[in-house]
Design a protein around this ligand. Structure first.
Ligand code: SF4
Length: 333
């Protein structure tokens, strides 16, 4: 059965930190923070728009949930918990910072049916964390992860690529650390420069250079391989395309693209197909691909098909649902 999150954005609520990249108002594309009494209507609206039966979680995202005053946290949770009690929702997820996890905070989450805690780890490299103004180190990520797991929650560790002082090796190490910490799921976000952030200042002074879109795609492709090999669910690749990001009003620079995930998946298929064709002389091939992967194999905007064409290979792509995710058949005709 398909899984859906009903997102409730609580932008920068109670967050005293200023991570260099963060302007939650711009990222979530909203200025108003929903109140606990609004939770009911938000969830109802989403549920009524779902046509097929799904596994549904209510997700408090956008800020550091466990940093909110505990009375207010409880009010939000109580509203969400009613939907668990009446069986309409199966879980609650919250996102927060690694240094906002304590046994007391976890007790409150447990009491109201929270199932998954996603930590914004961003990087496991202390220099990157420090230069990004995160205000916590790798040790904090490790101890929070352990506490979350000991208390029976599912653990999500989100990461960012291209933060200040980040390198490909550091990014890859972060992915490997996320695996080693036993995360159940992850999200991969390329760093972009949003208006009215410290990163904008650094960029304007020439002290920060964002990744190009191509670099971000190539780095992320390698992370996807690490996570898939280790069966870690990748819940998101790329920033959610809020209106403000899509129309470019909030975006100063950086590798934002509404189809970022498609680009990464296209690159993975590009690699698979070219490896298969290595040392083969052919002018025409037929590729049978899993139906859900077909568009990625053809490539974002047909880029893989075009690349093969440039190499003198005309390719026919056929969907075949009997094939597994990365399995494919090639006929040389
Ligand atoms: S901790 Fe989260 S909400 Fe607070 S500034 Fe950093 S990224 Fe933004």
């Amino acid at each position: 059965m398909k899984h859906s999150n009903i997102p409730i954005f609580l932008p920068e609520l109670a967050c005293p930190h200023q991570c260099v990249f963060c302007n939650q108002v711009k990222i979530s594309g909203t200025l108003s923070v929903p109140k606990p009494k609004d939770v009911h209507a938000i969830v109802e609206t989403h549920l009524s728009s779902m046509k097929e039966k799904r596994i549904v979680d209510i997700a408090f995202f956008g800020g550091s949930f466990t940093g909110i005053n505990s009375d207010l946290q409880e009010q939000y949770l109580k509203e969400a918990f009613k939907f668990i009690q009446n069986g309409l929702v199966s879980g609650i997820r919250v996102s927060t910072r690694p240094d906002y996890i304590t046994p007391e905070k976890l007790d409150l989450l447990k009491k109201y049916g929270v199932t998954t805690i996603e930590l914004g780890a961003q990087s496991t490299n202390n220099e990157v964390l420090n230069k990004s103004g995160r205000g916590h180190n790798f040790e904090a990520i490790k101890s929070a992860s352990a506490l979350i797991q000991e208390n029976g929650f599912l653990l999500g560790l989100q990461m960012m690529i291209g933060l200040p002082q980040d390198t490909f090796e550091r990014t890859l190490q972060t992915a490997n650390d996320i695996v080693a910490l036993g995360a159940d799921c992850t999200r991969i976000y390329p760093t972009v420069i949003i208006k009215e952030t410290a990163l904008e200042q650094l960029y304007m002074k020439g002290n920060y250079k964002p990744l190009s879109l191509e670099e971000a795609v190539l780095w992320t492709k390698e992370l996807v391989k690490v996570f898939e090999k280790n069966n870690i669910g990748i819940l998101r690749i790329g920033l959610h395309p809020s209106e403000e990001l899509v129309d470019g009003k909030s975006l100063i620079a950086g590798p934002f693209h509404p189809s970022f995930r498609e680009m990464v998946m296209s690159k993975i298929w590009n690699e698979l197909i070219l490896k298969e064709l290595e040392n083969k002389v052919t002018e025409k091939i037929t590729l049978r691909i899993n139906d859900k992967q077909l568009n990625f194999a053809v490539g974002f905007n047909g880029i893989n098909k075009q690349e093969l064409q440039k190499r003198g290979i005309s390719t026919k792509f056929i969907a075949d649902s009997s094939l597994s995710k990365y399995q494919f058949d090639v006929s040389y005709n």
